[in-house]
Design a protein around this ligand. Structure first.
Ligand code: AMP
Length: 217
């Protein structure tokens, strides 16, 4: 049976870092809708061009564009054993479409819980690799070599949507559109919460424990 993990959390909660780690540890595919959009942007595809204005403004890309891209991605062979969703679903219609698509496949929603004040502080030092999307923090997880990604050696820059004026908008969008998704999983009794203020290693242990408990239930 495939394992589908839905990693939830506000922008800056550490979803990307933890999803990559969990996927590697469990032999699952890491599916980040934000990264898929950025890949489309880099390749200059029509989808990338359409998505860009929304992303740069800190808004959500319309559901129909996200769903088509996501469902095409999870149909690929590397997702057959399961996958870790990072940044999806972000709206109630996306959650509903995912539920319909998964049918009886068991999905485990895990929330990385971080207070807004900590998120804002984290964005200050966040830099991302232009080649592979890996994230570093200049204070909390600095690269070994200045300006270069530890994973692939690519150039580290601040993402345009990590600029302070866009971060506020992204946090508002999260509260308005994505927090209801979290509450829905919670009301279904499915949600697992992990304290996201701890170190990346401790958060990873929390996620592993939460997944283990959900699988044993
Ligand atoms: P992320 O890397 O997950 O922070 O995503 C970066 C940006 O991509 C977001 O601010 C949105 O503009 C867009 N995006 C990513 N995932 C979604 C989604 N599931 N629904 C709508 N827009 C998304």
């Amino acid at each position: 049976m495939a394992t589908v993990v839905i990693l939830l959390g506000a922008p800056g909660a550490g979803k990307g870092t933890q999803a990559a780690r969990l996927a590697a540890a469990r032999g699952l595919a890491h599916v980040s809708t934000g990264e898929l959009f950025r890949e489309n942007l880099r390749n200059g595809t029509p989808l990338g061009v359409q998505a860009r204005a929304f992303m740069d403004a800190g808004k959500l890309v319309p559901d129909e564009l996200v769903l088509e891209m996501l469902f095409e991605r999870v149909a690929r062979p590397d997702c057959a054993r399961g996958y870790v969703l990072d940044g999806f679903p972000r709206t109630l219609p996306q959650a509903q479409a995912l539920g319909a698509r998964l049918g009886t496949v068991h999905a485990v929603p895990i929330l990385i819980d971080v207070p807004d004040q900590v998120l804002i502080e984290r964005f200050g030092g966040r830099v991302s690799c232009t080649a592979c999307g890996n994230v570093h923090h200049l204070v909390h997880s600095p690269p070994r070599s200045a300006g270069k990604c530890d994973r692939c050696g690519g150039e580290l820059v601040r993402r345009p949507d990590d600029a302070p004026e866009v971060v506020g908008q992204r946090l508002r969008v999260y509260a308005d559109q994505t927090a209801p998704v979290v509450r829905q999983y919670e009301s279904q009794g499915a949600l697992r919460r992990v304290d996201g203020r701890a170190s990346p290693d401790q958060v990873f242990q929390g996620i592993t424990r939460a997944l283990g408990a959900a699988e044993a239930a």
